[in-house]
Design a protein around this ligand. Sequence first.
Ligand SMILES: [Zn+2]
Ligand SMILES: [Zn+2]
Ligand SMILES: [Zn+2]
Length: 132
Amino acid sequence: MHCECGYLLQGSERFCPDCGKRAAAPAPPASQTIPCPNTVQEGRRTQPCGNLIESTKRFCTECGWHVDPKAFMPGAAMCNGKMHNGELCDNIVTPNNRFCSECGEPPGRGPSSAAGKDPGDQYLRATKIYAV
Ligand SMILES: [Zn+2]
Ligand SMILES: [Zn+2]
Ligand SMILES: [Zn+2]
């Protein structure tokens, strides 16, 4: 950090040894904004909420999701698994996770990657219906 006079201050120096000015306090970390990844609303799977949430906020203002700090990690997504008790898992998993710590499902079965399988499945069903 440079003083207004141009002197390069060390982190421990609270006053500039060159001009005596008080060193400015370090800026607080910038807040991040991501679309809310919550896919569980009222106990049902829905499209991701998508409401913009800030890392400084504790709850999504749109769906009331309790903001998980893990959601701000790159590649993070909401788990698409189910808990043993049948409840929808809303844990946040990242590509580094081999298995969800909540439900044990491997990540990557979220809505985005599952979309690759479903259309074919629906197509098969549709052709069956038309064949009848
Ligand atoms: Zn100075
Ligand atoms: Zn939300
Ligand atoms: Zn899970």
